[in-house]
Design a binder for this molecule. Structure first.
Ligand code: PRT
Ligand code: MG
Length: 224
């Protein structure tokens, strides 16, 4: 049995065509079903529905053999586990759920001036590790405030001078009178594989990885 951890929403939607290319059809729709373990047309393949931020944890500890997760989530997870790969093999960038992670401020806040002055910035974010590394590399002093959602609200009520958040169309920032002042990095979702599963279930996992790489027109990666 191969289990694949996916989150509902954009990652699930954008993964379906890749699964299809591997001959895998999911038999339930997670948006309407309450099931957390979804059967597929392949008796040996199941999909687990988990929170986006929990995908690396399931795969790291073998609750799932493989999973699909944003680079943002993966970097934060790796930092929680002391950096490095956290025992996860990352064979493919699937080029799905693309966005960027950026610094945004209120339109009336002079970010460039504050940085030039060496001001200490209050930054609200769910992405504490990414934000800490980014501002450290710029030599900007920050006080980080961890939030779990609706980051856009923080500068509007004076909780923070800036936020670090994911941006796709920019509509959410615009709707809240915020402007993007720095792009930290581009984000897309990655396939991650449990290292032990890769040894024990090598053939079915290799089949899925090579079907995904064919569908993406990427060369199949070497397996450790
Ligand atoms: O919702 P939950 O707390 O369970 O987890 P989650 O929010 O991490 O899950 P989900 O499904 O929303 O996001 C999963 C992954 O999709 C993220 O980890 C990213 O890698 C990727 N992704 C791609 C995005 C976006 N684009 C995106 N636009 N994740 C979130 N957003 C949000 C962003 O945080 C902001 O609130 O959409 C808003 C901005 O979008 P625009 O289009 O208005 O700029
Ligand atoms: Mg969300």
């Amino acid at each position: 049995m191969i289990t694949i951890a996916l989150s509902k929403g954009r990652i699930f939607e954008e993964t379906l065509p890749l699964l299809q290319a591997a001959g895998i059809t999911v038999l339930d729709d997670p948006e309407t079903s309450r099931k957390l373990i979804l059967d597929t047309n392949q008796p040996g393949v199941r999909v687990l529905v988990v929170r986006a931020t929990d995908v690396p944890t399931y795969v790291q500890f073998g609750g799932a053999d493989m999973g699909i997760t944003g680079k943002d989530t993966l970097l934060e997870h790796a930092s929680d586990w002391g950096g490095g790969s956290a025992g996860l093999f990352q064979p493919l960038d699937l080029q799905i759920a693309k966005c960027r992670i950026s610094v945004a401020v209120r339109a009336d806040f002079d970010y460039a001036h504050a940085v030039r002055q060496g001001a200490r910035l209050r930054v609200a974010t769910k992405y504490v590790a990414i934000a800490r590394d980014f501002f450290a590399s710029k030599g900007v002093h920050v006080d980080l405030i961890k939030l779990y959602g609706s980051m856009e609200l923080a500068p509007l009520v004076g909780l923070a001078d800036a936020i670090v958040d994911l941006v796709s169309t920019g509509n959410t920032l615009r709707a809240n009178n915020l402007i993007e002042v720095e792009r930290i990095m581009d984000i897309s979702s990655r396939l991650i594989v449990n290292q032990a599963a890769l040894k024990l279930k090598r053939e079915p996992i290799r089949h899925i990885i090579s079907a995904f790489s064919d569908a993406l027109a990427q060369p199949a990666p070497p397996l450790p």
